[in-house]
Write a protein that binds this ligand. Structure first.
Ligand SMILES: Nc1ncnc2c1ncn2[C@@H]1O[C@H](COP(=O)(O)OP(=O)(O)OP(=O)(O)O)[C@@H](O)[C@H]1O
Ligand SMILES: [Mg+2]
Length: 422
C-alpha cells in the first residue's frame, strides 16, 4: 500500500524532504541535506559515481585538498538561459542533471526509510526564480520538473515555497488569522499574504485564501557576495595596479573580482580562459602579493572555504556586536575584526531592496497593514539583525512568529497533498 508522499524543498543552500503519511495525515520524518555536490578529481571506477552530496561533499572536498569541482547554490542556474551545460571529467551536465543529483540523494534516503520507491512529490518553487521575467521563470520550472523526473518521480505538483511555510504555521493555529509570510533563504526572499484557518488545513480549495504572492532575487548569498566584495576582494588584489605600457599605470579590472563574489560565476567560470590575463596582470604588477592570492584562490579552488569563513562571520554577527573575519590557507592571510555596524552598511543596499520590495508588495496588492494579524518569518536569512529590524520598523504593530527556519517550508509542502486532487 503506497501511503506516503514527499514534500521537497530544493533550496539554494539547504534542501529538505518531508515524508508525509496520507493515511494518518502526519509527517513521518524530515531529512535535511546541504545543496552541495563535490565531484572528485578522479573519475569513479567500476560504474561508481564520482561525486558526493551534502555534508559529505564538504568533507570530501577538504580531504581531497579541494582539487575536484565543488558545486554550491546550483538552484541559481535554473533560470539562467546562458547556462546550457558544464563538462566535468568528460561528462556533460545540464542544469537538470545537477539538480537531479541532489533530489536523487534525498529520495534514496527517504525511500530507504519507507521501504519502497515513492513516485509522488510536491516540489517547492520560489514565487519568482528570477526578477519578474516570465520566460526565465518558465525555463527554471521546466528544468526543475525535468530534474524531478530524472530523480524518479512521476506524480509531481508544484507549490510556492512561502505557501508551504504558511501551511506549516497553520498547524499551530487555533483560530483564523491574516498572515504575511516572509521566507528569506540563501537565494531568494519570498512573500505570501493569506488567510490561515486551522479548520481549512489540508482542504482542497484554498485559492480564495491566497491574497498575494511575490518575491525578490535576494537572499543570504547576496549578503555574502556583498561582504566578499567589500571585505574579501582587497585581499585578492582588487586595488592592485599594473604597468603593461611604461608610464601608464592602471588598476586591474574590477570584473575579475565580480567572478569570485558570485557562486554562480565561481562554479562555472572558465578559469583557463582568464588564467593568461591574470598571469599577465600579475607579472606587470611587479608580482603583487595580494594579486598572487587571486591566482592561489582560482588554481586551488578555494572559493568555498573563503565563503565558509564569510558565512561564519555573518552568523556570529547575529548574536554579537563584532566578529572576526579570518581565513588562513596556502599563504592567504585574512584577519580582520568586523563590527556589526560595518556589516550592516555592507548589506544595506540588499536589505533596502528587500524593504522597497515589501513596500511595493503591500501597495500593489492593496494590503491594509492594519489587517495583518501576524508576520511569520522563516528561512536562514531571517536571523540576520538588519532583516529583523526591517520588519519591525515596517510592521511595528504586527505580532511576529517564526517556526523552524529550515523545516517550515518543506513541512508545508508535504501538507499540500490536496494539489493532487485537482
Ligand atoms: N544563524 C544564521 N544567521 C544568519 N544567516 C544564516 C544563519 N543560518 C543560516 N543562515 C543563512 O541562511 C541561508 C540559508 O537559508 P535557507 O536554508 O532558508 O535557504 P534555502 O532554502 O536553501 O534558500 P532559498 O529558499 O532561497 O532557495 C544562507 O544564506 C545561510 O548563510
Ligand atoms: Mg528556502
Amino acid at each position: 500500500m503506497k501511503k506516503y508522499l514527499y514534500g521537497i524543498d530544493f533550496g539554494t543552500t539547504n534542501s529538505a524532504l518531508a515524508i508525509y503519511n496520507e493515511e494518518t495525515k502526519e509527517i513521518h520524518h524530515t531529512i535535511i541535506l546541504p545543496s552541495l555536490i563535490y565531484f572528485y578529481q578522479e573519475p569513479g571506477t567500476g560504474g561508481s559515481p564520482n561525486y558526493v552530496v551534502g555534508e559529505e561533499a564538504i568533507t570530501a572536498y577538504l580531504a581531497d585538498d579541494m582539487k575536484g569541482r565543488f558545486i554550491k547554490s546550483v538552484k541559481q542556474i535554473l533560470s539562467r538561459s546562458s547556462f546550457t551545460e558544464t563538462r566535468i571529467q568528460n561528462k556533460r551536465y545540464n542544469a537538470s542533471d545537477l539538480v537531479a543529483i541532489i533530489l536523487k540523494e534525498l529520495k534514496a534516503r527517504a525511500d530507504q526509510l519507507i521501504g519502497y520507491d515513492c513516485k509522488k512529490a510536491v516540489i517547492g518553487r520560489p514565487v519568482f526564480f528570477d526578477d519578474d521575467d516570465t520566460q526565465k521563470d518558465t525555463l527554471a520550472q521546466t528544468r526543475l520538473r525535468k530534474a524531478t523526473e530524472i530523480a524518479g518521480f512521476v506524480d509531481i505538483r508544484f507549490q510556492f515555497e512561502p505557501i508551504g511555510a504558511a501551511f506549516a504555521y497553520e498547524k499551530s493555529l487555533v483560530k483564523k488569522e491574516n498572515v504575511l509570510v516572509a521566507d528569506l533563504g540563501g537565494g531568494t526572499t519570498d512573500f505570501t499574504y493569506l488567510v490561515l484557518d486551522p479548520e481549512k488545513a489540508g482542504s482542497k480549495n484554498r485559492k480564495n485564501d491566497m491574497i498575494a504572492n511575490g518575491g525578490i532575487y535576494i537572499g543570504g548569498d547576496s549578503f555574502d557576495s556583498a561582504f566578499m566584495w567589500e571585505k574579501g576582494t582587497p585581499y585578492f588584489g582588487k586595488n592592485t595596479q599594473y604597468e603593461a605600457t611604461p608610464g601608464k599605470v592602471l588598476t586591474v579590472p574590477k570584473s575579475l573580482f565580480a567572478n569570485i563574489c558570485s557562486w554562480e560565476q565561481m562554479n562555472f567560470f572558465n578559469s583557463l580562459r582568464i588564467r593568461k590575463d591574470i598571469e599577465d596582470y600579475y607579472y606587470f604588477s611587479g608580482r603583487d602579493p595580494q594579486f598572487k592570492n587571486l591566482i592561489t584562490l582560482i588554481e586551488n579552488n578555494l572559493g568555498y572555504s573563503v565563503f565558509q569563513s564569510i558565512e561564519k562571520t555573518k552568523i556570529t554577527l547575529t548574536n554579537t556586536d563584532s566578529a572576526r573575519f579570518s581565513y588562513h590557507q596556502m599563504g592567504i592571510k585574512i584577519d580582520e575584526e568586523v563590527a556589526l555596524q560595518n556589516y550592516e552598511k555592507i548589506i544595506a543596499k540588499d536589505v533596502d531592496r528587500i524593504a522597497n520590495y515589501l513596500d511595493k508588495f503591500i501597495v500593489q496588492n492593496n494590503i491594509d497593514i492594519q489587517d495583518i494579524d501576524t508576520l511569520f518569518l522563516t528561512g536562514g536569512t531571517s536571523m540576520v539583525n538588519s532583516v529583523q529590524k526591517l520588519f519591525k520598523s515596517r510592521l511595528p504593530h504586527v505580532s511576529l512568529n517564526s517556526g523552524d527556519n529550515f523545516k517550515s517550508v518543506v513541512k508545508g509542502l508535504a501538507y499540500s497533498g490536496y494539489l493532487f486532487e485537482d
